[in-house]
Design a protein around this ligand. Structure first.
Ligand code: PLP
Length: 369
């Protein structure tokens, strides 16, 4: 048996007829960028999330950097973010010239809300919360802090489509919720795609203008914008997938519950779920002191895994200029050496998963390591 970290065509094949029908309809329509499919998707996605507005964009990184741009974040400003975030989250901040201020994660791999307040200065303008691996962050506490200091609260929901904290869906706690529809995300397109959700009408209009060269009326440009349009084909296919998102998330949950129940290795720590949270299980991330040995062992058994993420953003070559050492954020730096994402994908069979679990439970550390 050969097990890959992710397999995308299984969930496509499950609803293949619906996707083909939609794609054919759009190809035949002669309208390929924005248009009716994008408008309808924006309406349906806003409704699903429980936000007033959604604006479709070209990808998740655009959702982040355009958000900070339109909130007026610029050079000299500081934005708070967790140390074990994905590098794109940090780029959304630094593309505007602003400085990321890192906070160590909590035991759920999300930003540790108890450590935010001590990092707030008079330069702090916003908090970027990343609901990592599909699990909602501690939003109630974070919102209290961001309100107290009058900070913008932005949520990166690229891994958390549908995840909740205290019954409220991620993306609706802050001023803006940023989404990616990269194919491997829980709500993935068949190419690049992204969106923001917000309840702020003025801000929504700004996004709508900015994504299309600063124009809402053809050949009339109000501001210098960018090109970050969602295309009709992606929007149409996302509309189809959105109708199955709960089902897809439930399917991931049953796979992950089986991992939780059946992985017994004392060398492996299983992910923890925050009280009052529903995770959508974007990844099933274990931690182990023997990560590199485990990867080799699994590879020898034709099981392939991935690591989210092997290098923390502040240790990337790109962020050398921040002059941060591994020791400045020991928890994030250690996690980068210990985390491992197990194979997880919609349509993973019981047989495939049993094979993985069986091998995990037989993992041993040899004396001569
Ligand atoms: C995928 C991802 C992004 C970037 O989205 P793209 O569509 O690939 O640009 C940003 N943040 C997080 C947490 C992600 O997982």
């Amino acid at each position: 048996m050969n097990i890959l970290p992710n397999v995308l065509d299984r969930q496509y094949k499950k609803y293949r007829a619906e996707y083909i029908k939609k794609a054919k309809h759009i190809l035949d329509s002669g309208w390929y960028i924005l248009g009716n499919e994008v408008k309808e998707f924006e309406k349906e996605f806003a409704k699903y999330i429980g936000a007033k507005y959604c604006i479709g964009l070209a990808n998740g990184l655009d959702a982040l950097w355009i958000t900070f741009k339109l909130l007026g974040i610029q050079a000299g400003d500081e934005v708070i973010i967790q140390g074990n975030a994905y590098v794109a989250c940090v780029m959304g901040i630094t593309m505007n010239g602003a400085t990321p201020v890192f906070i160590e994660p909590d035991e759920y791999h999300n930003i540790n809300s108890e450590k935010i307040e001590e990092k707030i200065t008079d330069k702090t303008k916003a908090v970027l919360v990343v609901h990592l691996y599909g699990q909602a962050s501690n939003m109630q506490d974070i919102k209290t802090i961001s309100d107290k200091y009058n900070l913008y609260l932005v949520e990166d929901c690229a891994q958390s489509h549908g995840a909740r904290h205290c019954e409220q869906i991620t993306g609706t706690f802050g001023h803006v919720g940023c989404f990616s529809f990269y194919p491997s995300k829980n709500l993935g397109a068949f190419g690049d795609g992204g969106a923001i959700v917000t309840d702020d009408e003025v801000l929504m209009q700004k996004f709508k203008t900015y994504r299309n060269y600063g124009s809402q009326k053809k050949y009339e440009n109000m501001v210098v914008g960018t090109n970050s349009r969602l295309d009709s084909l992606q929007a149409g296919l996302l509309r189809v997938k959105l109708t199955h998102l709960n089902e897809l998330n439930n399917d991931r949950a049953s796979l992950c519950n089986r991992y939780l129940r059946e992985i017994k290795s004392p060398l492996i720590s299983l992910p923890k779920i925050r009280k009052d949270c529903t995770t959508v299980w974007h990844q099933f991330v274990i931690t182990t002191d023997y990560r590199d040995e485990l990867v080799v062992y699994l590879n020898e058994n034709n099981i392939f895994t991935s690591i989210h993420y092997p290098i923390p953003p502040y240790l990337q070559e790109a962020y050398k200029y921040l002059e941060i050492d591994a020791g400045d954020y020991p928890i994030s730096s250690e996690l980068a050496k210990k985390v491992l994402s197990l194979p997880l994908y919609n349509g993973m069979t019981k047989k495939e998963q049993r094979y993985v679990i069986n091998k995990l439970n037989k993992f041993k550390i040899q004396e001569d390591y």
